[in-house]
Structures are given as C-alpha cells and as structure tokens.
Design a protein around this ligand. Sequence first.
Ligand SMILES: [Mg+2]
Length: 182
Amino acid sequence: MNLLETDVMIDVETLGVTANAVVLSIGAVAFRTSTKEILSEFEVIIDVESALEFGDVDASTLKWWMKQERVARDLVMSGETETEDAVYLFKDWYLSNTPSRVWGLGPSFDITLMERLFHFCDKEILWRPWQIRDVRTVIDIVSPLMSRPSKFEGTEHSAIDDARHQAIFTMDMLTLICERMK
Ligand SMILES: [Mg+2]
C-alpha cells in the first residue's frame, strides 16, 4: 500500500443496519498516512423526510438512537439537505481529493450504503471495487500490537467525528505496521 497517496474514510449515520438502511448523514475525511495529515473534511446531514424516501427504518436502530447522547441525536436529525443534493456534494468533494483508496469501518456497510445512494440518484459509483479498504480488518491484525487506541475527539455517532477518528486510528495502525516491517 502506497502511504504517500490519498485515502478517504467514510462514515454514515443511519436508521438501520441492513444494506437498504436510511442514510441520515455522511461524514468523510481525506487523509495521508505518510505525513499523518487530515487533508480535507466533508459532512452533510440529510433532511429526514428526504432520507426516508431512500431506504428502510429498523425499529432496533431507532431504539438504539434513543439511548445515544442527546447532542448526537439532535445533530443527526438537524439536516436540511435533500438526498440527491447530499450525494452531489459528496461526489464533488470526493473527486476534488483524487483518492487512491476508500475506507469504511467494516468491509461493506458504509461503502455499500453510499453505492446504493449513487444508484438511487443515477450517479456512477465513484470508486472501483479494488479501491475499497476496511478498518476492522486492520484492527484485527494490529490491535494486539497497540497499547491503546487514539482518544476520541468530538461527538460519537456524528458522522464527521467518527470518520476523523477512524482515519486517525487507521493512520496510527498503518504507521505501526510500517515501523514493524522495517
Ligand atoms: Mg458513525
């Protein structure tokens, strides 16, 4: 993996846990591990009415949201952007960063939901299948070697704060792997 290249980390907040879940917000950061830099950030919160047109709601996820911190709940429900506009804004931001790879926490959920939104909005998928990476696999490999994960800054379950945290943690893990391989 060329760590001089740009990566993008995506986190979405949803009302479900399936591949057809309603997407309420999209957070993303562009980062470069070689310099341990966050290069650019993106966040859009989608209007709930518009979001509900594009997916399913799980009761279990609604119950889960009710147990989260109020600041996270208020944020995720505060959106005023139509889904199509959110996808268009994301596309613009993503392409301006010309990333080599795109990451989600797991191998499918966030990335799959973004691909479904592109499909609904008649947009091409912005990445090729071989550009997709996932954080959980790296955590499985590297966490026994790490003393502790980086501290969370911001609000958990805010898409942009989650994406930034995952990107920083991923840079830490990739750097550690590189150091061990020397
Ligand atoms: Mg999240």
